[in-house]
Design a binder for this molecule. Structure first.
Ligand code: TXA
Ligand code: MG
Length: 348
């Protein structure tokens, strides 16, 4: 297995490598399998692993070459910084220039869990991890496999979602394999992730703190703990504070549209009339039996919807359709994270 092939050769063609897929128990991960994956990370390779949110693609965050390989495997623009995953608070503090009171309160309450905090970084974090910026995103994931892997490697692990840049995030090992098979050393398969939506990213370097990416942990939960928090996702700022936030992202390859429930039937008929094969993603049982080729129903509860959303989009995208119609969820704040991802999935 040549996990270090690109970094050794700088081979722009990205020679394919063998991707090992290892099943691992989500609650009691096998130590030998974790050790095998940790060894790949320590020698500069890439390992995809489950977190409670989505599968991540890990590389040693202290090793600039390993992180370069990671950017290449994803085809990720180098201006988009990575989240560094840690197995305890001390490992996170060790990478920061300042650790604030606010940070303490947030991590005591929400770590391990789906919250990424952005703080000033120190020289232990290579430039490539933060896209050259002065801050670093830090997160302690709440998944025994993720925590076990970071502990076994004894390293902070830089990990974006384990998909090629711009594509739908993976919530199952098979999604990772389809997107990155042949480009990474190993996938740890512990079954579907539970949260289903990437972590909430909060920037603690501004006052008040700002949510750069909405997620499972809501503004209300954050505010209850630390007071006023801004939401900065509709960013038209010249300086991109969180580049993953802008434009098309999390997108299926099939063209997709977000439409109100009451226009669904008409739109299906229009498209079918043009000879299109149409798939629909709806919330709750639809009031009429829709004449679309493939119908996926998700719960009308935002947390449950989020848990199934990416798998639904992957399934629809794999079905060879011409168009995916997604019924727009409510625009209330409890749907913010879901709505944000869907909006990006359909943007041209
Ligand atoms: O749930 C998650 O966060 C998953 C799992 C694997 O942990 N990871 C994930 O990583 O979603 P990624 O790379 O797909 O998204 C990271 C987001 C991007 O929007 C990026 O711009 C932002 O976090 N980010 C990372 N570091 C940052 C920083 N220093 N300042 C501002 N934004 C940052
Ligand atoms: Mg991503």
């Amino acid at each position: 297995m040549r996990v270090d092939f690109w970094q050794k050769t700088g081979n722009p063609q990205m020679q394919l490598i063998e991707t090992l897929v290892r099943s691992i128990d989500a609650r009691l991960p096998d130590a030998a399998t974790l050790a095998e994956a940790a060894a790949i990370l320590r020698r500069g390779g890439l390992v995809a692993f489950p977190t409670e949110t989505v599968y991540g693609l890990g590389a040693n965050a202290r090793d600039a070459n390993a992180v370069t390989t990671l950017f290449a495997a994803k085809g990720r623009p180098s201006a988009n910084p990575l989240i560094v995953h840690v197995s305890d608070i001390a490992m996170a503090r060790d990478l920061t220039k300042y650790w604030s009171d606010l940070a303490d309160r947030l991590v005591q309450r929400f770590w391990p869990g789906p919250l990424t905090i952005v703080l000033p970084r120190n020289e232990k974090v290579p430039d490539i991890v933060t896209a050259g910026g002065p801050t670093v995103g830090l997160r302690m994931p709440a998944h025994p496999v993720a925590l076990g892997l970071i502990r076994a490697a004894g390293l902070p692990v830089a990990a974006p979602s384990a998909n090629r840049s711009g594509e739908i995030s993976p919530t199952q090992a098979v999604h990772v394999l389809r997107s990155l098979g042949g480009r990474i050393g190993m996938i740890l398969d512990a079954g579907p992730t539970t949260v289903g939506l990437e972590s909430t990213v909060i920037d603690l370097t501004s006052a008040p703190p700002r949510i750069l990416r909405p997620g499972h942990i809501t503004r209300a939960e954050l505010e209850a703990l630390i007071g006023p928090v801004e939401i900065a996702i509709e960013t038209t700022e010249k300086v991109q504070r969180s580049p993953g936030n802008i434009g098309r992202h999390y997108a299926p390859r099939t063209r997709a549209e977000l439409i109100p429930q009451d226009l669904l039937e008409t739109r299906i008929n229009e498209l079918t009339g043009e000879g299109c094969r149409v798939g629909c993603l709806v919330c709750g049982a639809p009031s009429k039996v829709h004449s679309c080729e493939m119908l996926v129903e998700l719960s009308c509860d935002p947390v449950d919807y989020a848990a199934g959303m990416y798998a639904a989009l992957h399934d629809l995208d794999a079905a060879g359709l011409d168009r995916i119609l997604i019924v727009a969820p409510p625009q209330s704040e409890d749907w913010l994270a879901v709505y944000d991802r869907l909006r990006r999935a359909v943007s041209e």
